[in-house]
Write a protein that binds this ligand. Structure first.
Ligand SMILES: Nc1ncnc2c1ncn2[C@@H]1O[C@H](COP(=O)(O)OP(=O)(O)OP(=O)(O)O)[C@@H](O)[C@H]1O
Ligand SMILES: [Mg+2]
Length: 369
């Protein structure tokens, strides 16, 4: 029997715990033309939320999620945008019949040639890197496409912060100047490097300053998650006690990825989970798998950073700038702590001052090895 818990890929439908409020709010804003920037700690479910929304939007609204991670040229950016829109907006049949005929009509200077993958998806080829003007046409494609077809489009950019690696703020500037004139398309911006994304949208000197409504995605409420986990156990012929459910959520705080990871591990060991001790054993097994990664990570940190993390894990909730804390963990001064926090946030170990990976935090707490 297949394990009913999924961690890693984007989840929708039966694997998606409902997030009713966020779905409603997002839908309302996007359909009334307000673009949104979606913030959250890593692996909190941004991409899944957007895909779940898309699956519920209905046929009269186009939608596409363009993943721009590690995009390395203007040509690559233009290609990903156009390909994703074409592959999500046309049916498979229309891709073959119409896309080739219609596409060139959308561009004045941009030259694209269309090929098909064996699965029937469109792939674009461009002979050389492109000019800003040509990229501008690609950025306008969603607007002209939706306008021509007489429908709205919601276009989501995933890992959006990566566009800023292309050539500083020049691309951001071009994007903003185009997007702000679009009337048929609403945008969602999201990404897993929160500190970079935040700066793009809240720093006055950046082109996307205040362009979008900020939306924060948090953990999943306890009751909903408990219900979801209990159902998954029951549907696969198992059972899980309330005590065990509480132990899971106490540990993960309702973080969707880590909760699903823990439940995945638990389900494999037993379909009848009666108590807290089984949860603890599942955590031990996860830590045993991950130990090598934790050690590698620690190897790349300075002694000060390591001491700080051990202190934070042991005393989460305590004021990390208090002289007590600084002294207890040999952190020298408050400004050393400030620097350590910044660098650990940069590395993705910390998020908003908390250790992001709950199993890593647990491992640190145990003081091993
Ligand atoms: N609503 C949800 N219900 C249940 N599980 C979820 C939900 N959202 C996310 N998850 C779990 O979290 C994992 C990560 O989800 P997702 O990739 O959508 O997060 P993300 O915030 O886009 O991550 P990243 O920071 O890497 O971009 C999923 O594989 C799934 O296990
Ligand atoms: Mg994502």
């Amino acid at each position: 029997m297949r394990n009913p818990f999924v961690y890693g890929p984007i989840v929708t439908g039966a694997n998606f715990v409902n997030r009713k409020r966020e779905l409603e709010e997002l839908k309302r804003d996007l359909l009334s033309g307000k673009s949104v920037v979606l913030y959250s700690p890593r692996l909190m479910g941004k991409s899944s939320l957007v895909e779940e929304l898309f699956s519920r939007l209905g046929k009269d609204v186009y939608h596409a999620r363009v993943d721009v991670s590690a995009v390395d040229s203007k040509r690559a950016l233009a290609t990903r945008i156009i390909e994703t829109i074409v592959n999500s907006a046309y049916t498979k049949l229309d891709r073959l019949k119409r896309a080739v005929l219609e596409l060139p009509g959308f561009f004045k200077s941009l030259r694209v040639s269309v090929v098909f993958t064996p699965e029937g998806n469109v792939k674009l080829e461009m002979a050389r890197d492109i000019t800003d003007e040509e990229l501008g046409e690609a950025l306008d494609f969603a607007e002209s496409f939706a306008g021509k077809k007489g429908r709205r489009m919601v276009l989501a950019f995933d890992e959006f912060q990566d566009v800023s690696d292309l050539n500083g703020t020049a691309i951001e500037k071009l994007m903003r100047s185009k997007f702000q004139r679009h009337r048929n398309v609403t945008y969602v911006f999201m990404g897993s490097k929160r500190h970079i994304l935040t700066r793009m949208f809240s720093d006055e000197s950046r082109p996307f300053y205040r362009f979008s409504k900020p939306m924060e995605l948090g953990p999943i409420p306890r009751q909903e998650f408990k219900q979801f986990i209990a159902n998954k156990f029951e549907k696969t012929g198992g059972r899980i006690s309330d005590e065990a459910l509480d132990a899971i959520l106490d540990l993960t705080g309702g973080h969707p990825y880590y909760t699903q990871q823990l439940c995945y591990e638990l389900w494999f060991s037993s379909r009848k989970v009666t108590g807290e001790s089984q949860v603890r054993e599942a955590v031990d097994r996860i830590i045993a798998h991950e130990q090598k990664n934790y050690l590698d990570l620690m190897d790349h940190l300075t002694p000060l950073q390591r001491r700080f993390l051990r202190g934070l894990a042991a005393e989460e909730g305590v004021s990390i700038f208090s002289s007590d804390f600084v002294e207890r963990y040999g952190l020298k001064t408050q400004s050393h702590v400030q620097r350590v926090v910044k660098s650990l946030e940069h590395k993705g170990v910390l998020d908003e001052g908390r250790i992001h990976d709950v199993f890593f935090r647990e491992w640190l707490r145990r003081g091993l090895p």
